[in-house]
Design a protein. Structure first.
Length: 108
């Protein structure tokens, strides 16, 4: 369930935000700026949900590292291309991001 949430409500929204606001795809589609901006808002809203969830959990989908953590982690990194980043109020997300970043597999 958490993997799908991270994929649909975060990764897809960031992707649509990029696709419709960056201009990168303007040679192969008609971007809709307003739609891209709405998608970014939805992605920010999902970060709020993750922030609350991580208040009581070290990882997104349970007590151990999972594909949900991978999906969210790479999406946080990719979101930088649309100038979306973790905010100061995302204390739990930043702690989670630090745990994931410290993993050997995240350093490659």
């Amino acid at each position: 369930m958490w993997q799908r949430r991270c994929e649909i409500y975060f990764m897809n929204m960031v992707g649509m935000g990029f696709q419709h606001t960056s201009g990168f795809f303007s040679d192969r589609m008609k971007p809709v700026q307003e739609w891209g901006e709405e998608c970014v808002k939805y992605a920010h809203k999902f970060l709020g949900l993750l922030e609350q969830h991580l208040q009581d959990n070290d990882y997104i989908a349970g007590d151990e590292f999972s594909v949900a953590d991978i999906t969210a982690f790479v999406t946080v990194d990719f979101a930088r291309v649309i100038r979306m980043k973790l905010l100061d109020e995302h204390v739990n997300l930043k702690a989670w991001y630090g745990r994931i970043s410290a993993r050997e597999s995240a350093k490659a």
